[in-house]
Design a protein around this ligand. Structure first.
Ligand code: ATP
Length: 514
């Protein structure tokens, strides 16, 4: 199966089993906007809880807030988003399709890199055990050609982006012979800047002056910066301290594709960590390490993550890295960690006229705190789990199953309680078990269809455990517990069920690993 086919199957599965639906589905959808279904919203809540507790509960010096989406328009001038939150776009005159110029070039670079991987695979096959990958990479002419091309395009692109040189960006697209995937032509317009913020108006203001424009926030971070003084005072916070927030963000993305990877309405989980100027690099490495450990604790494979340090820094950063995840369409950004200096607090101080500073009672110093941010897209996190857990399997008896091997603490349903047959009081016993467990775990009761079909349905939504009440249950008060991943069954006494399940599925046990 190709990566594209796999990804298509994942998207179809997400819809069929109530994880993610296209928004406004009966009206044929709305571009890059999605709704979460009955299982999707459960899983999303679990991810939020894992993040929130890891940040706010486990760290005495981090507190959480929930700020409004609508904010004073000046905030977006102070933050630099009105002038600098732009993407370079280019249109193909024949297909009338719009692209991000940098994405076209990144795709080109990825293709050159894929050529290198292909050559390596060929070499490995040809030379077998004696294959020396390092030497091959340093000497094979096809590899060297592709490497040189990828590096050249990358360096020219970074240079053009840093200088906002759109003519150079366009020329590079033409020099690389990049064609529009729809029309197949190189008939490109000039590259233009496109601001990604959605605008609306507040109240009954009829004039279009800047003061009345309300932007839908493109990041949740600014809600934290403008509440810095409030939280520092009300929470009596001492530097270093962090403020965390989960909430919606909106970006009018030019290229909306890859399902919930790039959406126009999405959710972010952001934490701004305020520290003393000069200590920010220490905190930057601390949060890099801490955030990677949070991902790795899920057990989806450490080789699925890598850091990508930024060469082109955003207007507010003095260091930045991405934690990338290996999606079916390659390694892509999952989370950003940015050292934002005093840019935000400093500018809000300037624009609002309020002094935003910290007085250190231990040293009697007053300063504008520096800030290190960790920012992860909830929907991208969701997608990483969905993609990683989706598995099509052929079983020893020749049957096939689709199973979602979701890390158990994040699975939408933790336990399915299934009476083997609808008689001999088995349903009543199953209901009793359900009534005991439902206060601690999201449980599902099912009595329809054969037990095999019920197992398959639970596999398809990633339920870690199926409890079957069978004919032996009335005799010895035990049930079978079937494990989603191994499909092994074991008998467990009913009074021990709670602890048996709890050990594997609670978020607290995941948090203890951190
Ligand atoms: P990209 O380069 O993919 O556009 P970005 O660098 O602009 O992302 P940030 O501004 O650093 O992203 O946002 C922090 C996080 O928010 C990202 O790591 C990502 O997980 C998430 N995110 C950003 N834009 C979107 C989007 N359009 N849809 C879904 N998640 C997003």
């Amino acid at each position: 199966m190709t990566h594209e086919e796999l990804f298509r199957n994942i998207v179809a599965h997400a819809k069929e089993y109530g994880f993610v639906f296209p928004s406004s589905d009966i009206y044929d959808g709305l571009g890059a906007v999605y709704d979460y279904g009955e299982y999707g919203s459960e899983m999303k809540n679990n991810i939020k809880r894992y993040w929130w507790d890891a940040m706010v509960r486990l760290n005495e010096n981090i507190v959480g807030i929930d700020s409004a989406i609508f904010m004073h328009p000046k905030i977006w001038q102070a933050s630099g988003h009105v002038s600098a939150f732009n993407d370079p776009l280019i249109d193909n005159k024949d297909s009338k399709k719009r692209y991000r110029a940098d994405v076209l070039l990144e795709d080109y670079i990825a293709k050159e890199e894929a050529k290198i991987e292909k050559e390596v695979a060929k070499g490995r096959k040809r030379f077998g055990d004696s294959f020396d990958e390092k030497k091959f990479l340093a000497t094979n002419p096809n590899v060297l050609r592709a490497r040189a091309k990828a590096d050249e395009v990358h360096s020219k692109m970074t240079d053009a982006l840093n200088k906002n040189d759109f003519a150079a960006l366009r020329q590079l697209i033409i020099d690389c012979d990049i064609v529009c995937p729809i029309s197949g032509t190189k008939n490109w317009t000039d590259v233009r800047q496109f601001n990604l913020m959605f605008r609306t108006q507040i109240g009954n203001a009829s004039d279009d002056s800047l003061d009345n424009i309300i932007y839908l926030r493109p990041e949740t971070a600014q809600g934290i910066f403008v509440n810095y003084l409030n939280v520092q005072k009300s929470g009596r916070m001492k530097i270093p301290f962090g403020v965390a927030q989960i909430g919606k963000a909106f970006r009018n993305e030019i290229v909306a594709r890859q399902f919930i990877f790039r959406m126009r309405e999405f959710e972010q989980m952001e934490m701004e960590f305020f520290c003393k100027p000069g200590t920010e690099m220490e905190w930057f490495s601390y949060w890099k390490k801490t955030r990677l450990a949070w991902h790795q604790a899920l057990g989806m494979g450490n080789d699925k993550y890598r850091f990508h340090d930024h060469e082109k820094l955003a207007h507010y950063a003095n260091a930045a890295t991405d934690i990338e995840f290996e999606f079916p369409f390659g390694f892509k950004e999952l989370e950003g960690i940015h050292s934002r200096t005093d840019f935000d607090l400093g500018n809000h101080s300037k624009f609002s006229g309020k002094k935003i500073q910290y007085f250190d009672p231990d040293t009697n110093e007053t300063y504008t705190p520096y800030c290190v941010e960790t920012s992860i897209g909830l929907d991208r996190m969701f997608l990483s789990i969905l993609c990683n857990s989706y598995c099509e399997e052929t079983l020893p008896d020749g049957e096939t199953r689709v199973v979602l091997r979701i890390p158990a603490p994040l699975a939408p349903v933790k336990v399915a309680v299934l009476p083997l047959v609808k008689k001999d009081e088995l349903p009543e016993t199953a209901q009793k078990i359900m009534n005991e467990l439902k206060y601690d775990f999201n449980c599902q009761y099912e009595e329809k269809d054969s037990i095999g079909r019920r197992y398959r349905r639970q596999d398809a939504i990633g339920t870690p455990f199926c409890i079957t009440v069978d004919n032996q249950t009335p005799k010895d008060d035990t049930v079978t517990v079937r494990d989603r991943d191994t499909m092994e069954q074991q008998r467990v006494p009913i009074p021990e069920l709670h602890d048996f399940i709890s050990e594997k599925v609670t978020i607290n046990n995941l948090l203890r690993k951190l």
